[in-house]
Design a protein around this ligand. Structure first.
Ligand code: ADP
Ligand code: ASP
Ligand code: MG
Length: 424
């Protein structure tokens, strides 16, 4: 007997038939004698609909406001998961599995006060563990917990993955299975490159980079938690027949295991390609070149909660003026330009130029630590396709390249192929 957490994403619970199918996956594990807790997302599209309602709520003046109360945002967008947890509990009961729904606050899953993008601080698993011992299945709302102000807090988009891993850590589960609409983590998004290959295993570090650089198959924070709390996490498909051979294999379930790098036997130089759309580039022209200028630019941007990513600064030709370019999410570009205009006189620069619709494509692999020439291969391959590179950043295990939006898919496929990742 083992203890399992099973998480089902939005497409897996998109309608009542799929919820019944999910119930059969859960029943398979219960029948095998395991203790099971389930974490669910909202039905596909539901959270988007709720977010849109908040954003388009007309004010008294009749204007739609982009500014809203983050606590009320949370109260509204958390409701999607409440519905699916209740529906799945009913579906389980209907096939003879003892189950009840739990909202985050009832457990409780405690978060910090960062409404809209809260972090889980603690999961009190005691009552769930007691009931699992009696054979009851807990169906827990993902994406949410209770903040110190005693109000519901949500974890940021895609946050049910993080709920699942946090619950698995809190219950000291033997395994956390993330069921989704693909049967594992692929070398790149299989929707962009049908030749992408499923990885049997991927290291925590690489998965962290893949998720941070745009592969939304797991929320970044869930990978961090799995790494810190040593949660054995699999990504697998909910769309397969729940009773197909091997589905209940405890040691080797079908899917991708996220694990330590020393558990991976055949290490490739490059493991995967990720991409992030909706990047924007801001350039400051003829910027003063003296100590304190970078602090004067990036300090105010950080205070405005603007996430700056790639930063490129030229070496000054005459020692007095230079150019600086950096990227921000496209949704923040106007805010960022406003912040920079405010500090313009104090810092000194001639012009601000901004451009949206850019894409960051990244090559990821821990093998890069010990191999040279990985970046040169990417640059050559992109050049051969006529793709212009706007900015480059590297770390020990990744190379990120900023390009024009329309070339995103071509760049992903080109890099996927040049590193030998295409399915044979
Ligand atoms: P869920 O609703 O189950 O949380 P998501 O839509 O959040 O599912 O994540 C699954 C999707 O992630 C897949 O449908 C796929 O298009 C996308 N994806 C992006 N990169 C990858 C990758 N490297 N491997 C697998 N899926 C990926
Ligand atoms: N329903 C939430 C979202 O769409 C959380 C999740 O699905 O993980 O972001
Ligand atoms: Mg998701």
């Amino acid at each position: 007997m083992a203890r399992l957490v099973m998480k089902f994403g939005g497409t897996s619970v998109a309608d009542l038939d799929r919820i019944h199918n999910v119930a059969r996956h859960v029943k398979r594990e219960v029948d095998a004698g395991h203790e099971v807790a389930v974490v669910v997302s909202a039905m596909a599209g539901k959270t988007n609909e709720l977010v849109d309602w908040v954003r388009s709520m007309p004010l008294a003046t009749g204007a739609a406001s982009p500014i809203y109360d983050a606590r009320e945002y949370d109260a509204i967008v958390a409701s999607g998961e409440q519905v699916t947890s209740g529906l799945l509990a009913i579906a389980l009961q209907s096939i003879g599995v003892d189950a009840r729904s739990w909202q985050g606050w009832q457990i409780p899953i405690r978060t910090d006060n960062g409404h809209g993008a809260a972090r889980i601080l603690d999961v009190d698993g005691s009552e769930i563990v007691r009931r699992m011992g009696l054979g009851q299945v807990a169906v827990i709302t993902g994406f949410q917990g209770i903040a110190p102000d005693n109000r519901i807090a949500t974890l940021g988009r895609g946050g049910s993955d993080t709920s699942a891993v946090a619950v698995a850590a809190g219950l000291a589960a033997d395994r956390c299975d993330i069921y989704t609409d693909v049967d594992g983590v692929y070398t790149t998004d299989p929707r962009v490159e049908p030749k992408a290959r499923r990885l049997a295993r991927i290291s925590f570090e690489e998965m962290l980079e893949m998720a941070s650089l745009g592969a939304k198959v797991l929320q970044v924070r869930s990978v961090e938690l799995a790494m810190v709390h040593r949660v054995r996490t699999f990504v697998r498909s909910s769309f397969e027949d729940p009773d197909a051979p091997g589905m209940g294999d405890f040691d080797n379930p079908p899917g991708t295991l996220i694990c330590d790098e020393d558990e991976i036997v055949e290490q490739q130089v490059v493991t995967g390609i990720a991409y992030a759309k909706d990047e924007a580039q801001i350039s400051l022209r003829r910027l003063a070149d003296r100590p304190g200028v970078s602090a004067g630019i990036f300090g105010p941007l950080a205070e405005a909660n603007i996430n700056v990513d790639m930063i490129v600064q030229n070496v000054s030709e005459d020692g007095s003026r230079t150019d600086m370019t950096f990227t921000v999410p496209a949704s923040d570009v106007e805010k960022a330009v406003g912040v920079l205009e405010n500090v313009r006189n104090g810092i000194g620069f001639d012009a601000i130029q901004s451009e949206t619709g850019l894409v960051k494509v990244s090559v990821i692999g821990i093998g890069m630590r010990s191999h040279t020439g990985v970046a040169a291969t990417a640059f050559k391959a992109l050049a051969e396709k006529g793709i212009n590179i706007r900015a480059i950043t590297t770390s020990e295990i990744k190379i990120s390249i900023l390009i024009d939006g329309p070339y995103a898919e071509l760049a992903v496929r080109t890099l996927h192929s040049v590193y030998g990742l295409d399915k044979q």
